[in-house]
Design a protein around this ligand. Structure first.
Ligand SMILES: Nc1ncnc2c1ncn2[C@@H]1O[C@H](COP(=O)(O)OP(=O)(O)OP(=O)(O)O)[C@@H](O)[C@H]1O
Length: 696
């Protein structure tokens, strides 16, 4: 497939280059540590935010809340926490926090800041993400963390008393945790007026965010008398961005973004000067397929051009494999990183000069009427497109190839994405708020209100899970235990139930496998070969039990990559399963779960899964020869996904883990159940069902 490119009409903005920036960074294919202290210092001074240092510090000194808007790469994340530290905000044992929506960004930014400050990561500068804490309670003064982790910290310290300043970064992403955090921080400020907030973002609607935090209208004056602080938020716009990124658009709409991405990478490789390439695709399946295609193309490409190192990047990869992406590219090689949107914000991949943007990402959409949450490949917003382009041009000028037309970008792409809170199930959020003692969920002050239907649905599911009682308060001990496990409450409930049913070892394995996208290699060989490989592990009870067989096989062969290759099992994914399972095991033990195996009794395993996922139960339509199921609660039409072991088997009663939408709604990861277990697990949830609907 060959594509034609058109340069974008938008004028690129250049930073002043008197310092000889391009020259200065010309060796940037090597690792950052080779720069040495002086050059790191020069790099810092060159960032647009540097000129605003004093203004930022003045605003933070005089205002409760400051909103800082600056283009991607202007230096907000790496510099502002350090300015605050230098200005004394971490004195007297206080800590400066900076939150990020994504784990990978937290780790990357914390290492960069530690390196710039010349300190060991984990001492003065540290980070905390779920299941990983690299901070020192005595030493850490600047702490990077996910917004989800900060929410969890509120459970033990509701006023976040150790923090002097909290910077909520990448607020434009409007992740569900960011929105909840903003609502709670506003509450905390009423009790702790001295707490300073910084809301930092690339493209935030600063005015609406300022209106949200403006408490001055409710009070008589706009000053907090005791602290002499202005309660009306300040807005500061940091002008200027990193290096020039030249944007190119496809001349014609692209029919297949995956093939187009592969062919664009190959033309860059064949025609453009050295520099790594970052490609944005939607998920593990796309990425695995692109890795295969690209490997083939590169092999056919002949020996004249230097080799490509092709690396995937998604959250389901093990830590060691994610680290490969950050390692320096060997001389004479070109790295191609194929990523989901986890690389979209905050990350600097040093060698990246070219970005290829498919224009799509996987997004969650929840329909409270049918009670169904879907992962859909959907177009991204202009804000995301700008962030993606911004991954080039961070250490020197770059180019971004958008696999869509300029007309589409200008006229059809939405400016901002829909806040996550308005398009996901609220079950996890509601339990978190409850655990923090916020009982009036409907009256909570949200930056963007979720729909009341979604809220009511969430309360109903939590009631049925036994997490909240008749008064919508957390139950004891189950509700508190579930709130303590940092996972989706349905998975947490499944783990609690496994304790009673004596199958916690098996359920921990299942929980770990379910938290990654797929353990199968789907892009190699023919469908027939893959199906045959799967049949070696197949269990009539469905995918969850099949996973147990694969896991057992993987351990038995001593975690051998060759075994994985032979069996079409994704080795990287299995390494991640082992990592997650270990983390889950520790959490489970902490909340008092006894590790026990049921020694192959699949009935108890399926009962435990039902205890968590009863809301996703379906029944095969009697008249249907096409394998059509309907969800018991919403009567939504759904089908078993071809990747499931139960595809075409079509048992009468099943439940699924998640749904994906393409031409139809497909259920991924399916298990057979006995309908009687549903009434046992959730009598309230199914109370309106006719008794005969549960007949076998
Ligand atoms: N790991 C790194 N290696 C090399 N340079 C880096 C690294 N991290 C940051 N930088 C440099 O610092 C600049 C500013 O990064 P920073 O993350 O602070 O920007 P930002 O304004 O927060 O942008 P974004 O919103 O995209 O994260 C980058 O453009 C890059 O030049």
């Amino acid at each position: 497939m060959s594509l034609f490119w058109k340069p974008g009409a938008e004028k690129p903005q250049l930073l002043d280059d008197e310092e000889g920036g391009v020259l200065f960074f010309s060796s940037s294919l090597s690792s950052s540590s080779s720069y040495g202290y002086a050059s790191l210092e020069k790099q810092r001074q060159r960032l647009p935010v540097y000129k605003y240092r004093n203004s930022i510090l003045y605003l933070v000194e005089t205002h409760s809340t400051s909103i800082i808007v600056g283009e991607t790469g202007s230096g907000k994340t790496t510099q502002i926490p350090r300015y605050l530290k230098e200005a004394g905000w971490a004195e007297g044992g206080r800590v400066i926090a900076c939150t990020q929506p994504r784990r990978l960004a937290v780790q990357a930014v914390a290492s960069r800041v530690a390196e710039e400050m010349g300190v060991k990561l984990g001492d003065e500068v540290g980070y905390t993400i779920r299941f990983e804490d690299l901070t020192n309670s005595e030493l850490t003064r600047v702490k990077f963390l996910t917004d989800g982790v900060l929410l969890r910290e509120m459970m033990t310290d509701p006023l976040l008393s150790k923090y002097s300043v909290i910077m909520v970064d990448e607020a434009h992403e409007r992740s569900i945790s960011t929105d909840i955090l903003l609502g709670l921080l506003k509450k905390i400020q009423r009790r702790r007026p001295e707490l300073r907030l910084i809301i930092a973002s690339a493209t935030i609607e600063a005015k609406s965010m300022a209106a949200f935090f403006d408490t001055s209208k409710k009070r008589r004056g706009s000053e907090d008398k005791q602290h002499g602080l202005k309660t009306e938020p300040a807005i500061l716009s940091v002008e200027g961005r990193g290096y020039n990124v030249q944007v190119f658009y496809a001349e014609e709409p692209v029919p297949d973004y995956l093939r187009a991405a592969v062919s664009t990478v190959m033309s860059i490789h064949n025609q453009e000067p050295p520099g790594d390439i970052l490609v944005f695709l939607t998920g593990q399946d796309d990425i695995d397929a692109a890795v295969e295609l690209l490997t083939e193309e590169a092999q056919n490409n002949g020996k004249s051009s230097p080799g490509l190192t092709i690396l995937p990047l998604y959250s389901g990869l093990s830590r060691a494999d994610q680290d490969l992406v950050f390692s320096p590219t060997p001389r004479g090689k070109r790295k191609v990183v194929l990523s989901t949107n986890i690389a979209e914000t905050s990350l600097t991949l040093e060698g990246v000069v070219y970005v290829v943007d498919s224009g799509f990402s996987k997004q969650r959409f929840y329909n409270p009427i049918t009670d169904v949450e879907n992962l859909i490949v959907a177009p991204i917003s202009k804000a995301s497109a700008r962030q993606r382009a911004g991954r080039a041009g961070r250490v020197r000028p770059g180019k971004c190839y958008r696999l869509y037309t300029e007309e589409y970008y200008l006229k059809e792409m939405s400016t901002e994405g829909i806040p996550e809170i308005q398009r996901t199930s609220l079950v996890s959020s509601v339990i978190q708020l409850k655990a923090l003692g916020i009982d009036n969920i409907l009256g909570f002050d949200w930056p963007a209100s979720p729909s009341p239907e979604a809220m009511i649905r969430a309360l109903e599911v939590l009631y049925s899970l036994g997490v909240v009682d008749d008064d919508a308060k957390l139950t004891s001990p189950a509700g508190f235990q579930i709130a303590e496990i940092p996972l989706d409450p349905m998975i947490s409930k499944m783990i609690l139930a496994s304790n009673e049913l004596g199958c916690s070892e098996e359920i921990l394995t299942i929980a770990a496998v379910l938290s990654i996208q797929s353990i199968w290699v789907s892009s190699r060989g023919s469908q027939k070969e893959l199906d045959e490989a799967k049949m070696r592990f197949a269990a009539a009870e469905g995918d969850h039990v099949t996973f147990l067989n694969v896991y057992k096989g993987f351990l038995k062969c001593n975690k051998s990559p060759t075994w994985c290759h032979k069996n079409f099992v994704n080795y990287q994914a299995m390494k991640k399963v082992i990592e997650i399972r270990e983390q889950l095991r520790r959490t489970a033990q902490r909340i008092g779960i006894i590790l026990k195996s049921c020694d192959g009794d699949t009935q108890v395993v399926r009962k435990a899964v039902t205890a968590g996922y009863f809301a996703n139960a379906c029944r095969l339509e009697a008249f249907s020869h096409s394998g059509m199921y309907k969800t018991l609660r919403g009567s939504q039409e759904v089908y078993i996904h071809p990747s499931s072991i139960l595809f075409r088997v079509n048992p009468k009663w099943i439940l699924f883990h998640s749904l994906v939408s393409t031409d139809r709604q497909y259920m991924r990861n399916v298990i057979t159940i006995d309908p009687a277990w549903l009434i046992e697990a959730a009598p309230h949830f199914y109370r309106h069902r006719q008794p005969d609907s549960f007949h076998q």
